[in-house]
Design a protein around this ligand. Sequence first.
Ligand SMILES: [Zn+2]
Length: 236
Amino acid sequence: MTMPSWRETKVGNHKLGSMARAALWLVQEVGEGQIFTVAKLREAFPDIAQIDRRMRDLRDHDWEITTNREDPALLPQERRFARRGKDVWVPGQAKGPSHKASITNAQRAKVLQEDGYLCRTCGIAGGEAYEDGVEQSVLNVARRQVTLADGRVTHQLVTECKRCGRGSVDRSVDLREILSRIESLAPLERSVLSGWVKAGQRTYSSLEVLWGMYRTLPEESRKTVADALDLDGTED
Ligand SMILES: [Zn+2]
């Protein structure tokens, strides 16, 4: 495969993720051993919100990008593209720092069981046919990059079907974002979400059950319900 341009977002039907494009930008615009600034990187990718983070992700793929902490010759805003790592723009090369072989059979069995033998991304069960009927799913255990609540970056194992594992869609997660969104939920929303999490599925809340009952009612009964909710006064 010839090296795509960092300006491309797709090669054939393979999508180039932000991390892969950042890698290509380093190779094509900066050059190994050369210095660049984060501002320049952001300038090249104005539409990608966290391009500097995506670039840091390259360190998981043997790319060395140094700051003035490691390289005293650099100014604080400068980075050095010290060493090129894996060809992350090649399909299958951006799979994470460790290979499948390093996941033991025991780990794999445990993850599959904990994930209910379902792809956590699309929800398909092992051996089930996809909706397009083209093939049956095969489940793998993959490494998912997770940013923990304290900001540390780690990799956790997750069940994923082969189809979801293909390509270079960035499925890394930032727990801080999820936790802060939960933090801002209203108490009712929070208790509904908590119920789904405990049940392991999205169950109907009492509100949805009531709405379902209400909408099947004849008009006269709908009116009775509306009156009970005291809608009359607010609508008229
Ligand atoms: Zn899937």
